[in-house]
Design a protein around this ligand. Structure first.
Ligand SMILES: [Zn+2]
Length: 457
């Protein structure tokens, strides 16, 4: 349930709570040096942007009467979560049983995406999807639409209405899918170009050139995608690579000249800064080097990789190669919109690989790390002055079990680990966009009694 604030609120707002954000990548370290934490903190927001952050005791006395103070005692304010790879048309097919990637696409995905030819359906799903992101504390996402340009018009219209910073693009697909879902190299080029002209840089919206994956694009279409990527260098490129072994073998058959799966994209000019590749499970050293030197990005999708039985992401190898890594749900193959639950599974994937994910690194990846992966860290991802004030109020005692476990917790590191292991949408007390409340969780029992929130978050 979402409760929003009245429109006539002050332009200068102060938020008091325990407060955590990151200034750099903590790596595997258990030291909080890369983070800034205020046990009793104050976040000052002016006209939707961060003015300052610091200890409440120091800052409260400096505020004039025109500042509106909101207190969230016992909660934890962090920057808004960032999802670096997700499919909005797949909202209605999350939790579809029994298949691995290629069969799952044919059996569930293509029929579901076919419905997005209808703009009313696209708008309905886009609105639900964005509310679900906000309920989970996700304030920015890199999103795939369907092949239909109207799916992206509907999505950006819904995102603009909420003033959200979103990145999205129409899927390019001209073979190996049902006829009703195919475009052509020419249509892919012209439809994407029109969407870029209409939406890229419009308000907070940013465009991503989005070939689904190499097997569903001819070389002529990949060529067209590369041309767009050159003509619009500040747009994004967004696709999948090396998710599943059968997929990798299929790409080798379809592109017999290629050195590797990644090489297919490289030869078409699709490796560059702001090019985001989901999964990156079955890569070699040369591939990782190419990603690092080109500025391309890996999106780590742990729940999806487990759900489709695809494989285990190697974070250490990505770090060693110096590749930017973002965290991602990959709904609908991912099984949760919650980036807290995604961190829970990321921790386990890395355990199976003999690697560790410290709670500091985890919360960095969900915030500043993914902002950096999306080349947005100059705009958001932490509370440096001037940044866009998208943030989340977390409730570390959101459930009876969390409250009980929290009572035994002795430090911030343990508190973060409980949040990422046991937390989900219930732990998101409120979500703010540009300093304005966009979601507030209502206690279910209070709703039943009074019909409105009795929980001041
Ligand atoms: Zn995906």
């Amino acid at each position: 349930m979402t409760a929003t604030e009245p429109a006539e609120l002050a332009s200068r707002r102060a938020f008091r709570a325990p407060l955590l954000h990151f200034l750099s990548d903590p790596g595997p370290s258990l030291s909080p040096a890369a983070a800034e934490y205020f046990e009793d903190g104050l976040l000052l927001v002016e006209n939707g942007h961060v003015e300052r952050v610091g200890p409440a005791a120091e800052l409260l006395g400096q505020l004039g009467e025109d500042w509106l103070l909101t207190e969230h005692p016992g909660k934890l304010i962090v920057p808004g979560f960032i999802d670096s790879h997700i499919h909005y048309p797949q909202t209605d097919m999350i939790a579809s049983y029994g298949e691995q990637l290629l069969e799952w696409l044919n059996q569930y995905t293509f029929p579901t995406e076919g419905r997005f030819a209808d703009p009313a359906h696209a708008a309905d799903v886009a609105n639900f999807f964005l509310e679900e992101l906000l309920r989970n504390g996700t304030t920015t996402a890199l999103v795939l639409g369907s092949v239909h340009p109207q799916s992206i018009d509907a999505f950006f219209a819904a995102a603009s209405a909420r003033n959200l910073r979103m990145l999205a693009g129409k899927v390019l697909m001209d073979r190996h899918a049902p006829d009703s879902l195919l475009d052509t190299p020419e249509l892919a080029y012209h439809d994407s170009k029109a969407l870029i002209e209409r939406w890229h840089g419009q308000g907070r919206q940013l465009y991503a050139i989005t070939p689904r994956f190499a097997p569903t694009s001819t070389e002529a279409q990949l060529e067209a995608a590369g041309r767009l990527a050159r003509e619009y260098p500040d747009t994004y490129v967004h696709t999948h690579v090396a998710e599943n072994q059968s997929e990798v073998a299929w790409v080798a058959e379809l592109f017999p000249w290629s050195r590797s799966y990644l090489d297919v994209y490289d030869r078409h000019g699709l490796l560059r800064e702001r090019a985001v590749y989901a999964h990156c499970l079955h890569l070699n050293e040369r591939d990782r080097q190419r990603m690092a030197e080109s500025g391309a990005v890996m999106a780590f999708c742990p729940t999806s990789n487990l759900f489709l039985g695809s494989g285990l992401f190697d974070l250490e190898a990505a770090d060693e190669a110096g590749v930017r890594v973002g965290l991602a749900t990959d709904v609908g193959a991912g099984t949760s919109f919650s980036l807290l639950q995604t961190l829970n599974e990321a921790y386990k994937v890395l355990q199976l690989n003999g690697q560790k994910l410290s709670p500091y690194r985890a919360f960095y990846l969900a915030t500043l790390g993914s902002a950096r992966a999306l080349y947005l860290d100059h705009l958001l991802g932490n509370f440096e002055p001037g940044k866009e004030a998208d943030f989340v109020v977390l409730d570390p005692a959101a459930t009876p079990l969390m409250a009980r476990r929290l009572a035994k917790v002795e430090n911030l590191l343990e508190r973060l680990f409980v949040l990422m292991t046991l937390g989900d949408d219930r732990a998101v007390a409120a979500t703010y966009i540009m300093g304005r409340e966009a979601h507030r969780r209502c206690a279910p029992s209070a709703v039943a009694l009074s019909g409105r929130s009795a929980d001041p978050a």
